[in-house]
Design a protein around this ligand. Sequence first.
Ligand SMILES: NC(=O)c1ccc[n+]([C@@H]2O[C@H](COP(=O)([O-])OP(=O)(O)OC[C@H]3O[C@@H](n4cnc5c(N)ncnc54)[C@H](OP(=O)(O)O)[C@@H]3O)[C@@H](O)[C@H]2O)c1
Length: 255
Amino acid sequence: MSSRTILITGASRGIGRALAVAYAEPGVHLALVGRDEALLSTAAATCRARGADATVFAVDVRDRDGMAYALATFDLAHPLDLVVANAGVALPTGDDPTVATSAYDEIEINLVGALNTAFPAIPLMTARGAGQIALVSSLAAFAPLPDSPGYSASKAGLLMAGLALRERLRPRGIRVNVVCPGYIATAMGERYEGWKPLTMAPERAAERIRSGLARDMPVIAFPRRLALAARLSTLVPDRLRRAGLSAFRFRIGDG
Ligand SMILES: NC(=O)c1ccc[n+]([C@@H]2O[C@H](COP(=O)([O-])OP(=O)(O)OC[C@H]3O[C@@H](n4cnc5c(N)ncnc54)[C@H](OP(=O)(O)O)[C@@H]3O)[C@@H](O)[C@H]2O)c1
């Protein structure tokens, strides 16, 4: 059955916005979450023009109580079929050799923020014995990136949390899926200075995510060739991994 009531974080732009637009059609209720209210309102107007009902929640995903409130409020009016924890950041790599500040912030937003989105949905969906939760990770979950340990850690943590939750919640009728995109042409992608093979448009990424969620794929990883290379990188000896990853050195600009 297709999802009719969907909450998406990071819906003000990029992949989240493209996903909201892809789902927008008559009979669909969307909750769009992010921090930039003006951008969220523009995204909501686009979704409404396609016939969907769209509500905006300006909340930082780090605000645990705020996220729980947004989910509960929306669910009361429109019981949630699908929650997509998509909000994320890749912070400027800068010159700090310890990368500590950016690492803590990336883990706080990409991992803890995603859990702040997913966890409040669990009791709501458990009560109905149905629902789906998608966690947007990255192919970086498979690759220990020396230029951004915090990003790698946040995305690997999210992948493992998602797969663990998938098994844990299956008996309650809740499906959990982890999305691992490669390079996507968004604002985040623009700040990335490095080789970006097989870069995809956000609209195409949204279609891949939508079809993977409809098929309940445990890990929706794309594009296929890059996903295969990323997954293999965890299995090969250290020397080979280092050689392979040397082609993917990068810096994130201030944007
Ligand atoms: N682009 C890529 O190449 C790529 C590849 C793999 C995975 N991903 C992942 O895909 C997801 C979406 O990325 P994107 O490329 O679409 O990035 P983007 O264009 O920079 O959009 C990021 C979205 O996240 C929201 N966001 C960021 N911090 C937030 C916070 N603290 N609270 C609430 N919302 C927040 C932003 O909204 P506000 O600014 O309004 O808060 C925005 O809507 C991220 O999780 C990213 O890690 C991206």
